[in-house]
Ligand binder design. Sequence first.
Ligand code: AMP
Ligand code: TRP
Length: 333
Amino acid sequence: MTDRIFSGVQPTGNLHLGNYLGAIRNWVRLQNEYECLFCLVDMHAITIWQDPLELAANTREVAAGFLAAGIDPVRCIVFNQSRVPAHAELAWILNCTARLGWLNRMTQFKEKAGKQRENASVGLYAYPCLMAADILLYKATHVPVGEDQKQHLELTRDVAQKFNSDYGVDFFPLTEPLILGAATRVMSLRDGTKKMSKSEPSEFSRINLTDTADAIADKIRKARTDPAPLPETTAGLEGRPEAANLVGIYAALSDQSVAETIARFSGRLFSDFKGELADLAVAKLDPIASEMRRLRADSGYIDQVLRDGGARARALAEPLMTEVRRIVGFLAE
Ligand code: AMP
Ligand code: TRP
């Protein structure tokens, strides 16, 4: 079987540094080695209410972010999920493979539904089966994501295995997660115990890929830290979540390990370190922001990329879906 990558991002708002370091930056590297599909998962997005106009605008915006970060839409297939209805069709079949008990253990559902569990959409609960369908529809062998998606990928393997054994086939691969780099879980700049996320109300908690150089520097300067200087060893970051987060971000942006970053800055004050981190972040992120501004002015081009990507994805998915229908026993053309 050939190696194939699938990954996705929900087009629900701005891309932030967590999306970049946890996922998109790794995709840019992997596109040289693998056949890749990168997807704006708009069907996942509506598991939580989305204003239709905003969803459409965010889908274009996040697609622009992919391209600005360096994804090549000729080499890779870049598309929005809803253009390939087979995602929904396979998700239904996998809903019938997955067990309630498996989904009950999903921590992301618990976090997102919170105390409003009874009022969460059925789609939010079934979300991991749609994610498994995204991946398995193309028999993707590797999925590059941030750390928070690990549990969903374990479920994808369980679903693939149960489908294969229920139907007595060796059809779906057991997909490997690729969780790469020094910042696989970027934390909020205001609270080192919370993940950096699109849904956090405070803008100062995250760096958006569209932020200006001044905004990036300002957010890093105001990031929370403790009063101690940088430690001598990585072990010295334990129990210091904000310090560990900033060091991890520096390491990832500079393509070093955390240990190398610590060796370079040990004993220095955070006020000093933050200045260097801000310069590095601006140098790496500002070119992406300016390319996004350029692409935003050319929505015709983005739409063309997504249309073309959708057609290429459908062409890959359709023969696989035909086989799945046959395996399951559906009479079809
Ligand atoms: P989402 O924005 O939730 O659709 O996530 C898209 C991708 O970014 C997934 O691969 C996530 O694992 C990754 N990601 C999201 N937030 C973070 C974060 N704070 N740190 C690292 N990776 C993240
Ligand atoms: N659930 C992922 C997230 O929130 C997004 C996603 C949907 C995804 N389908 C996927 C990621 C398939 C990797 C592969 O981050």
